[in-house]
Design a protein around this ligand. Structure first.
Ligand code: SF4
Length: 321
């Protein structure tokens, strides 16, 4: 847990809309929040809520529709030339969800890991590259002998360690982890999460996890944000949000997580109704058709994300009156 208040990323009114024959899909719809240097930030929400689009827009793998993305004190939203974006690939890296498809099956571990060193000019000779590869493999609990292997010769856990090693190779400031362990079994998940935690301390990294796995986010994150239909609805320190969730969506989302509790009533188990189409979201608060507390104002006015007395931010008319 970090109490550092130096902002490494500041997102201001970020939007990412996609034009489709059905209309404009508002995958990221006017989002603002900060990430502090050295923290582990977790973003949760149901599949399709816009989590992956949000991080790909922050990473500038996708151009934003509008808004600002301040990274290390510079707005990177307007950048579009390849040569301006290239340094970002070194400063922020991404670990994909599925290690089975994120590694090139025709490349050895050596070639996969040598690429970022070469592209960013971190090493000058083959010898230097090999030394760095061995170091990064060691960080992820692997040996030099893994260098000559192809992905099909590795287990799922080893593949994901290679994917993390590739993200670490460029010595980034921030690593984005998109469902990093969802393709792995539980014992392998635990090992990878421990390695990630140890590496974070050692290299003073900032982590940004996204997952639909609420228990994973609860365990790893210092602060969390809850996303629904392209918007952040609640954000704050993890013990606060998990100890006392307040936004009706957060409450419903957490209740839908299977936990062994014989006193829990069946009716409390899950969110009601379907997620509306992001092409045609409801007027006012976009959660109103599913919200058990919806009021007239909720169908007319969109609630703003406001800070409450306990320090969390919440976008709900119940708390913003
Ligand atoms: Fe429910 Fe209204 Fe709050 Fe939206 S603003 S979550 S509809 S109470």
């Amino acid at each position: 847990m970090t109490d550092n208040k130096e902002k490494i990323i500041e997102i201001k009114n970020l939007k990412k809309h996609f034009e489709t024959p059905q209309g404009s899909v508002r995958a990221v719809d006017d989002i603002s929040f900060d990430i502090y240097r050295g923290e582990t930030f977790g973003l949760v929400g149901e599949s399709g809520c816009g989590k992956s689009t949000l991080i790909r827009t922050i990473l500038r793998l996708l151009p934003p529709t509008s808004g600002e993305i301040w990274f290390n004190g510079r707005d990177i939203a307007p950048l579009h030339r390849k040569r301006d974006l290239k340094p970002l690939r070194k400063e922020m890296s991404l670990v994909f969800q599925n290690p089975h498809s994120s590694l090139n099956p025709r490349m050895t571990v050596y070639d996969t890991l040598a690429r970022p060193f070469r592209i960013h000019g971190i090493t000058k000779t083959k010898e230097e590259t090999t030394i760095e590869i061995v170091k990064v493999l060691k960080t992820m609990g692997l040996q030099a002998e893994h260098m000559i292997r192809f992905p099909h010769e590795l287990s799922g856990g080893q593949k994901q360690r290679i994917a993390v090693a590739r993200a670490l190779a460029v010595e980034p400031d921030v690593i984005f982890l998109d469902e990093p362990t969802s393709a792995l079994d539980v014992s392998v998940q635990t090992k990878i999460l421990k390695l990630l935690e140890a590496t974070k301390e050692e290299r003073q990294l900032t982590y940004f996890y996204i997952s639909h796995d609420i228990n994973l986010i609860r365990v790893v994150s210092d602060r969390i944000a809850v996303m629904y239909l392209g918007k952040i609805v609640e954000i704050g320190k993890t013990p606060l949000i998990f100890g006392e969730p307040q936004h009706p969506y957060t409450v419903g989302l957490f209740k839908s997580v299977p936990i062994p509790d014989p006193d829990r009533k069946i009716g409390e188990m899950s969110l009601q109704g379907e997620v509306p189409s992001p092409v045609n979201p409801p007027q006012g608060c976009n959660f109103n058709p599913r919200c058990p507390h919806a009021m007239d104002i909720c169908r007319k006015e969109e609630p703003e994300l406001k800070t409450t007395e306990d320090g969390r931010q919440i976008a709900c008319h119940l708390y913003n009156r």
